[in-house]
Design a protein around this ligand. Structure first.
Ligand code: NI
Length: 395
């Protein structure tokens, strides 16, 4: 089996992909509205003669670079949407759209995948199978991965690979680990019902603010008393709304927030305790409470064999694989991993600010790193699959 490195042509003229990234950065579009972004990606891929598939997606697109017709199929995925954030970077190529910004670096992910597509296209005759290039919409709303699955674009795909830029890792390092990498991100809305009364006569009513305050406090015991020292979870109450006047005890208080967990068994335990603590505490104060859970994406959970392959490819490409600290942020790449084997990695981008910050930025020197890594990873994954039989373990 040939083991010569992937061509460096696309890396050498990576200025093209910097331009692509900057164009996307100037023209951010929110989840589900990525029409111009999709058109732009389509035309850049068409320029290189890359085939665009016709899987039905309102926004986003799936392209394909193919080798052997009967060979295995893998997928590379980038998310393409931006955030409702007012940019404060002062960059010469800052967002031209007020109130919208690529503050999570999905412009970088998109440009890097276009770059990998170019490299793979040039090596098409060498590929031992096909690579689907998934430009996924609506990641920020955790809806796009399901839309891609529903479109049928991943049927027959043996493994899927993706990444997120990581501001706290240096350029040239790639965070790779098997098992949990990013959290399940569930949301909640709690309504606490009491009975309104004159503020001077509280005994005539039932104060939901006092009951809801106790609920906020009691919830803190779940992480400290129901989650083990080797496990982890986060519960944050981020909204507490009640009342309309200084002299009226209101009838209702509403709490909202999020629950983050890394393992399904911890997630189920925490959700169960959450329900018990809310209802029990409300009852102790004579109030009633209802819990509405907003199920988010499950945890990003990497396949062990694919993680090993990722580490080998990083070394072969001349980069450093490091063991990343799992992130409590959510990522809908996890939705793919429920259906097929997947590897999600953190690409070091040496940023000065965290994801979603108005001054978020990254070092574009990470573009050729990402392009080279994913092109080589696709090639090696197809080689392994073609040896072990399509659809088998890419070990
Ligand atoms: Ni993101």
């Amino acid at each position: 089996m040939a083991t010569e490195p992937v061509t460096t042509e696309a890396e050498n003229d990576y200025g093209k992909f910097v331009e692509i990234r900057r164009h996307l950065h100037q023209h951010p579009e929110l989840s589900g509205e990525e029409f111009e972004t999709t058109r732009f990606i389509r035309s850049r891929l068409a320029e290189a003669g890359i085939r665009i598939t016709d899987y039905p997606l309102k926004t986003g697109l799936v392209a394909e670079v193919g080798g052997l017709k009967e060979g295995p199929v893998i997928a590379l995925r980038a998310d393409i949407d931006a955030l409702p954030v007012q940019e404060e970077t002062g960059l010469s190529f800052a967002s031209l759209v007020p109130g919208k910004m690529h503050a999570c670096g999905h412009d970088f992910h998109t440009a890097a995948l276009i770059g990998a597509a170019y490299v793979l296209k040039r090596r098409e005759s060498e590929l031992k199978g096909s690579v689907r290039l998934v430009f996924q919409p609506a990641e920020e709303k955790a809806k796009g991965a399901q839309q891609v699955l529903d479109s049928g674009a991943l049927e027959g795909v043996a493994a899927i690979f993706g990444m997120h830029n990581k501001p706290d890792l240096p350029v040239g390092t790639i965070g790779i680990k098997s098992g949990p990498l990013m959290a399940a991100a569930d949301g909640f809305i709690v309504e606490v019902d009491g009975k309104s009364t004159h503020a001077a006569v509280p005994e005539a009513g039932l104060d939901p603010i006092v009951a809801a305050s106790q609920i906020v406090t009691a919830l803190q015991s779940i992480v400290s008393r129901n989650v083990g020292s080797g496990e982890s979870a986060v519960i944050s109450v981020t909204k507490f709304h009640s009342g309309t006047a200084w002299n009226v005890v209101p009838g209702r208080a509403v709490l909202e927030g999020t629950i983050r967990t890394f393992e399904e068994n911890v997630r189920l335990r925490v959700l169960e305790r959450f329900q018990q603590v809310v209802e029990g505490t409300a009852a102790a104060f004579g109030a009633s409470a209802s819990v509405r859970l907003i199920g988010g994406p499950p945890p990003v959970h990497n396949d062990e064999a694919l993680a090993r392959l990722g580490e080998e490819v990083a070394a072969e490409a001349g980069f450093q694989a490091v063991t990343p600290v799992p992130s409590p942020a959510g990522e809908d790449f996890a939705v793919y991993q429920r259906r097929l084997l997947g590897l999600f990695v953190f690409m070091g981008t040496a940023g000065t600010h965290e994801w979603h910050h108005p001054a978020f930025n990254l070092d574009e020197a990470a573009l050729p790193v990402s392009i080279r890594f994913f092109a080589l990873l696709a090639e090696r994954a197809l080689q392994r699959l073609s040896v072990s039989g399509s659809g088998g373990d890419p070990q």
